[in-house]
Design a protein around this ligand. Structure first.
Ligand SMILES: CC(C)(COP(=O)(O)OP(=O)(O)OC[C@H]1O[C@@H](n2cnc3c(N)ncnc32)[C@H](O)[C@@H]1OP(=O)(O)O)[C@@H](O)C(=O)NCCC(=O)NCCS
Length: 157
C-alpha cells in the first residue's frame, strides 16, 4: 500500500466542521451527520476525541471516539473518496486507539454496516473482532456488525 506521507493528523476544531459535514454528505448520503451533530460532539470534549487528516491545508478525513468509564467507542472514520486506499483511514484509527489507551480504556467497540467491506477490513486489520450483530439496524434494513478490540494483555501479567 502507498502511504500518504503528506497527510498530517491533528485534533478537529470548529472550523473543520463545514468541510467534515460536506464530506459526510458525499460519503453517507443515506444518513449523513449534519453540522449540528459535529458541534454537539465537539462540545462534549471531556468524553470525545475527534481528529482530522489534512493535506495541503484541506481536510481529507476525520474520525471520532467516545470514551467513558473504561470503555471506548469508535463513532466514525471517514476518508474522502479521492484519498482512500493510501493509509489515511489507518492513521486516523491508530490515533483513536492511542487515545483510548491514554484514557485507560480496556475495550474499544464499534458498529459498522454489514455491507461495508472496506471498513470491516480496516477494523479487522487493526485487531477488531466481530462479536455480534444488530439485525436490520439501519433504516434501509442492513444489519450492523458489532466489533470489539481488546487491549493486549501483557504476557508477564
Ligand atoms: C473505511 C475507510 C475509512 C478506509 O479508509 P482508507 O484510508 O481507504 O483505508 P486505508 O488506506 O488506511 O486502508 C486500511 C485497510 O482497509 C482495507 N481497505 C481499504 N479500502 C478497501 C477497499 N476498498 N476494499 C477492501 N478493503 C479495503 C485494507 O485492508 C487496508 O489495509 P491493507 O492495504 O493493508 O490491506 C474509507 O474507505 C471510507 O472513508 N469509507 C467511507 C466511509 C465509511 O464507510 N467509514 C466507515 C464507517 S463509519
Amino acid at each position: 500500500m502507498t502511504v500518504d506521507a503528506d497527510v498530517t493528523v491533528r485534533p478537529m476544531r470548529w472550523w473543520d466542521i463545514a468541510p467534515a459535514a460536506a464530506m459526510e454528505e458525499r460519503l453517507f448520503p443515506r444518513d449523513a451527520w449534519r453540522a449540528e451533530s459535529f458541534w454537539s460532539e465537539l462540545a462534549q470534549y471531556d468524553s470525545r476525541h475527534y481528529v482530522v487528516a489534512e493535506r495541503d491545508g484541506a481536510v481529507v478525513g476525520y474520525a471520532g471516539l467516545a470514551a467513558a468509564a473504561g470503555e471506548a467507542d469508535v463513532l466514525t472514520v471517514a476518508v474522502d473518496a479521492a484519498g482512500q486506499g493510501r493509509g489515511v483511514g489507518s492513521r486516523l484509527l491508530r490515533e483513536l486507539l492511542a487515545e483510548a489507551e491514554r484514557r485507560g480504556c480496556a475495550d474499544v467497540l464499534l458498529e459498522v454496516r454489514g455491507d461495508n467491506e472496506p471498513a470491516l477490513t480496516l477494523y479487522e486489520r487493526h485487531g477488531f473482532e466481530r462479536v455480534g450483530a444488530r439485525r436490520r439496524y439501519y433504516a434501509d434494513g442492513e444489519d450492523a456488525i458489532v466489533m470489539r478490540r481488546r487491549k493486549a494483555r501483557r504476557a508477564d501479567g
